[in-house]
Design a protein around this ligand. Structure first.
Ligand SMILES: [Zn+2]
Length: 401
């Protein structure tokens, strides 16, 4: 009884507060082509409020795109009371009305992560069929990427079959971020091709051969990660949520910094919190950034080769100790360098290989079961019906997912 009363009061309170403001809550997709400045203009909000944000946040703002679902609370007279606008995968702008006007802050996105299964017959191509069935373009992309070095995609025919087990973050019923494929299976011409993600985050085939080739080199001869790439972390100095759009490597002042690939220097100089920084453009629209240097060695316009010394580790800009902040961008968007840069050249061998093969055998058992039982694919808007069964969840737990 007690609980019913409480709930009734909560409902009354919500109804009361809504009638007080007579506000409407709505979920919209971010308008195509709209930038944040345009959004502020739409609600007559002075764009100066952006001044309290720093460079990294501004970089995030430029990543808002039309696939993002935004939340708005608007008063009956059209005044925006508050809005939540995801700027990337894990952070969002909270824009809200204050007695003095408006303010904006960066806060984490609330999401739910779960393991999903997809299993389907190929009708056109794996890429198109995954998009059609699962409504997840990024899953289709990832699947193609992890399998393309071991499977001839041109030989795939109608009637071939595939299965994927993956983790996906969800927000407001939409997938966010890159799906994390754990196992993928493609059966083509009666042969089963498997791809497995190992505990080191890399993909291997059945025999333990690494599949996704990472073509970039290391930015320092000896690598020690002190802060990983993340779309959100609570900044210890600034005491607020911030993205860390690169990897920090600890190193002594004066340690040579190496270009990770052939390219052309597009920036060499001082840039705010980054201090002395070099940016290099590489093939396929990749750009790398090397920050907090003590001394720059490469000039704008200079052509550099993979492994060439371009500067020296320092602590310039917003930095408390000598380290290299290394960023990787594709088409202007920050991506996790761990996905592209080869940080260790060692393949699997000895004990590590044995552990992988054990893990793989368990993986095969699970995905074969899904495959042979023809489990239906999960479709985004019916989460409850098609998400992982408790029995499968136990399986995953046992193998340490
Ligand atoms: Zn950093």
């Amino acid at each position: 009884m007690q609980r019913v009363v409480v709930i009734r009061y909560i409902i009354l309170f919500i109804a009361f507060s809504l009638s007080l403001f007579s506000a409407t809550v709505r979920h919209n997709l971010w308008e195509k082509g709209l930038d944040f400045e345009g959004y502020l203009k739409k609600y007559n909000i002075p764009h100066e409020i952006v001044d309290i944000l720093d460079k990294d946040d501004i970089q995030l703002i430029s990543e808002i795109d039309n696939n993002r679902k935004i939340y708005e609370m608007v008063a009956s007279n059209g005044v925006l009371l508050q809005a939540l606008i995801p700027t990337g995968e894990e952070l969002q702008l909270h824009l809200f009305r204050t007695p003095a006007g408006y303010s904006v802050e960066v806060i984490p996105v609330a999401y739910k992560k779960d393991t999903y299964i997809t299993q389907l017959l190929v009708k056109k191509t794996p890429y198109l069929d995954i998009i059609k069935t699962v409504k997840n373009k990024r899953l289709a992309k990832e699947f193609t990427k992890v399998l393309k070095s071991s499977v001839n995609f041109r030989a795939i025919k109608k009637g071939d079959k595939l299965a994927i087990i993956y983790d996906q973050k969800m927000r407001l019923g939409q997938p966010i971020g890159i799906p994390d494929i754990k196992v993928a299976l493609l059966e083509s011409a009666k042969k089963r091709h498997y791809v497995f993600k190992h505990t080191d985050g890399k993909y291997y085939d059945e025999k333990g051969k690494e599949l996704v080739k990472k073509y970039m080199g290391k930015p320092l001869r000896h690598i020690r990660v002190t802060s990983p790439f993340t779309h959100r972390r609570f900044h210890p100095v600034l005491k607020r949520w911030k993205a860390h759009l690169g990897i920090d490597f600890g190193a002594r002042r004066g340690t040579p910094i190496l270009s990770v690939a052939n390219g052309k220097v597009i920036f060499s100089g001082w840039k705010g919190g980054y201090g002395k920084v070099i940016k290099i453009r590489h093939a396929d629209n990749y750009v790398t950034l090397y920050a907090h240097q003590s001394r720059l060695k490469a000039k704008v316009g200079q052509i550099v080769s993979k492994g060439q010394v371009i500067g020296y580790v320092g602590s310039t800009g917003r930095s408390t100790a000598p380290h290299l902040h290394f960023g990787l961008y594709k088409n202007g968007r920050a991506i996790n360098p761990m996905r592209m840069v080869k940080f260790s050249s060692k393949g699997l061998h000895g004990k590590g290989k044995k552990a992988y093969l054990r893990r793989k055998r368990r993986y095969i058992k699970i995905i074969n079961k899904i495959f042979d039982e023809n489990r239906p694919s999960y479709v985004w808007n019916t989460v409850q019906e098609r998400s992982v069964s408790p029995e499968m969840k136990k399986h995953y737990k046992n193998i340490g997912w």
